[in-house]
Design a protein around this ligand. Structure first.
Ligand code: ZN
Length: 328
């Protein structure tokens, strides 16, 4: 069965522009390594359970055991899928924290209590999820869409924790959408970029109306910046076209550009991008909010360095790839 994410837009790396120092949400057991299992979670947000898996600590007020089993299976499947995007074996010493609430009012109360001046921005999210200071905070938007939202946000959490450098928006969002297309298997879940009807539908609208964002603009764009100008179509366009661009790099010409993308990610993992000192400092220090200017500068620069400097030529290939994607 294929699972897709609803296209409601306001998922948030918007917080990248939120000027709040990076203080982790207090997690009283963050350093423990107790075996996988569950116990009661007492919180002001409702009765809940705390689950631990090999790579995640899940605090949740969803109590249905079948739903929880799916979430836990999805999280570990996603962690494996994230890891294979990078060289080597990533084995964190501590688990990643996820808060999954059964209803929006619990999620809103938690957001108000823990995100300080960013709260009002997060509360504009229409459905789903955001990552904040190392934790993912999600509420139930239905069995399948919740899984897709967890898989998407989980990528942001993974890169934030394990890559030496933060990724520019086109790459971070484009990669996150590679995990929104979820397929159930007998063993659990696998992820298929092609099984993402939502992004393909949005891309199709842009292609048909001949309104694809130009490649230089896409590479420099920040979701928050796009959102600032319009609350619907432009942000969908940014996401669907970032999705298409990452697929282009992975798939076009039988993977011609895939090694370039892999090298870009690997050097981000190891902290090897040859940026200028100020850009390097912001890439490495997650305590400093990522600025629009950093994204505007570094997003295109990395593409030019690792993929090609000839944006005109590759843009024509990218546009032809987009047309083929939506014609299938
Ligand atoms: Zn995202």
């Amino acid at each position: 069965m294929i699972i897709g994410l609803a296209c409601t837009g306001l998922e948030l790396s918007l917080l990248e522009e939120c000027a709040l120092a990076r203080n982790r949400i207090d997690d009283p057991v963050a350093r423990s390594r107790v075996p996988c299992g569950e116990e009661n979670w007492s919180s002001p947000y409702g009765s809940g359970r705390r689950w631990e898996t090999p790579h995640y600590r899940l605090y949740t007020t969803i109590l249905d055991p079948d739903r929880l089993n799916e979430v836990i299976l999805l999280l570990e499947s996603a962690h494996r899928a994230y890891s294979v995007q990078l060289p080597g074996r990533i084995e964190p010493l501590t688990r990643s924290t996820i808060y999954l609430f059964s209803i929006r009012s619990q999620w809103e109360a938690f957001t108000r209590d823990h995100t300080g001046p960013c709260a009002e921005m997060f509360l504009k999210i229409q459905e789903g999820a955001y990552c904040f200071n190392g934790s993912c905070i999600v509420y139930d938007i239905g069995p399948e869409r919740t899984l897709a939202a967890l898989a998407h946000e989980g990528w942001h959490q993974f890169t934030s924790r394990h890559l030496a450098f933060r990724l520019p928006s086109w790459l971070d969002e484009g990669m996150a959408m590679m995990f929104e297309g979820i397929i159930r298997t007998e063993e659990g879940f696998r992820f298929s970029a092609a099984a993402n009807a939502c992004r393909l539908d949005s891309l199709s609208k842009a292609v048909v109306s001949n309104r694809l964002i130009s490649l230089p603009t896409l590479l420099a764009a920040s979701p928050g910046e796009v959102l600032a100008t319009d609350h619907s179509e432009p942000i969908q366009a940014f996401y669907s076209e970032s999705y298409a661009l990452v697929r282009f790099l992975l798939e076009a010409d039988r993977g011609l550009y895939e090694p370039d993308l892999r090298k870009l990610l690997a050097d981000g993992l190891w902290g090897r991008w040859p940026l200028d000192p100020p850009s390097l400092a912001m890439a490495a220090d997650r305590n400093v909010p990522k600025t629009l200017e950093w994204n505007r500068l570094v997003g295109p620069w990395l593409f030019r360095y690792y993929v090609t400097d000839d944006l005109d030529e590759i843009e024509s290939q990218y546009r032809a790839f987009c047309a083929r994607l939506v014609a299938r």
